[in-house]
Design a binder for this molecule. Structure first.
Ligand code: ATP
Ligand code: MG
Length: 338
């Protein structure tokens, strides 16, 4: 029996951060290691260009950074196909076919797109490619017949849009495409806030702790983290809700009993921010050190890194070519090879 397929990916707009780790990478590594699935992991350079077209070097320069982050958290190229989106031109043709099945107003209603347009200050100058990237994402997911997509919460509207497209396509042209299901982490990990506490941790917002940050950088980011603004003196009662330091501890701290004690103490008054931050720093340092060390090992062999991407892209292209042929046959744009 064929294995179920998983597809996920990341935009090479920067190095990967703690939000990626808890939101998606951890799930991927666990699923990869069950050996139950066929896993495709895409570096979404073309999607990244939809809002970085005037700065293509940024995308080019981050390709290997993302790959290094994958390898350092335990994604294993002998078990997972890692590939580059732009090297699979079949995805673009699929996108063109799917674009006819979605309305402009539906695209404009996508809540993640709406949020990202605001965040990027596009106002009236939204690149058309940016507005339609959820359709291109539907092409990515369906090209591999993926049924499972492990992502963070911001991707839920994208998965929903893919599901709608699959239903329309299949009802018009026959049951060719698979309707995917998103897998989201529980609680705060699904949408990890940035160190500013305001919004989601994101490469494009400068509010991230990166998996590859050195110990001093991690320490200074933790020390500058947003906490309870009304917790001024140590003896004041503090609020642990919307307090980024506690949100991070909830996600990363393994000693749950000690964490409960800290929370009670902080809420009651008598526990200072510095002490909690020092503890969070310890927790993060111990989890990030082995990741950073593995990264340093992989950095030494660039040829090997390109080999992984080339091989993964070849495998991915074969699969996408097959799906595109099915799609062309179903629509009937196959005049010369019937
Ligand atoms: P950009 O700012 O360029 O969009 P990003 O930081 O949002 O970058 P993406 O490459 O867009 O990262 O997202 C890759 C994956 O990581 C997606 O599955 C997304 O849901 C997940 N992810 C990103 N940020 C977070 C976060 N703060 N919390 C949980 N998951 C996240
Ligand atoms: Mg994003």
């Amino acid at each position: 029996m064929n294995k179920e397929v998983i597809l996920t990916g990341d935009r090479p707009t920067g190095k990967l951060h703690l939000g990626h780790y808890t939101g998606s990478l951890k799930n991927r590594v666990e699923l990869q290691n069950t050996d139950k699935y066929e896993m495709f992991i895409m570096i979404a350079d073309q999607q990244a260009l939809t809002d970085n077209a005037r700065n293509p070097e940024k995308i080019r320069n981050n390709l290997l950074e993302v790959l290094l982050d994958y390898l350092s958290v335990g994604i294993d190229p002998s078990k997972s196909n890692i590939f580059i989106q732009s090297q699979i031109p079949e995805l673009n043709e699929l996108t063109m076919h799917y674009l006819n099945l979605v309305t402009v107003s539906r695209l404009e209603r996508n809540p993640t797109i709406k949020y990202e347009i605001k965040q990027r200050n596009f106002q009236a100058s939204i690149p058309a490619g940016f507005l339609i990237y959820p359709v291109s994402q539907a092409a990515d997911i369906t090209a591999f017949k993926a049924s499972i997509v492990p992502v963070g919460e911001d991707q839920e509207p994208m998965i929903e849009q893919t599901r709608e497209l699959v239903r329309s396509f299949n009802s018009i042209y026959g049951e060719i495409l698979i309707e995917p299901k998103g897998i989201y982490p529980k609680g705060n990990a699904a949408r990890m806030p940035g160190i500013d506490g305001k919004s989601k941790m994101s490469k494009s917002l400068g509010n991230a702790i990166y998996l590859s940050d050195d110990p001093d950088t991690i320490n200074s980011k933790v020390m500058n983290m947003y906490t309870d603004p009304n917790h001024i003196r140590i003896e004041d009662p503090g609020n642990i809700k919307n307090n980024t330091v506690f949100t991070y501890l909830d996600i990363f701290c393994k000693d749950r009993i000690y964490l409960e004690e800290l929370k009670e103490n902080y809420t009651r008054g008598g526990l200072g921010d510095i002490k909690v931050k020092k503890y969070l720093n310890e927790v993060l340092q111990s989890q990030l050190e082995p990741i950073r060390n593995r990264r340093k090992e992989y950095e030494k062999d660039r040829d090997y890194l390109y080999e992984i991407l080339k091989e993964g892209s070849n495998v991915a292209r074969n699969v996408a070519t097959y799906t595109l042929k099915e799609v062309r046959d179903a629509i009937g744009v196959n005049y010369f090879n019937m």
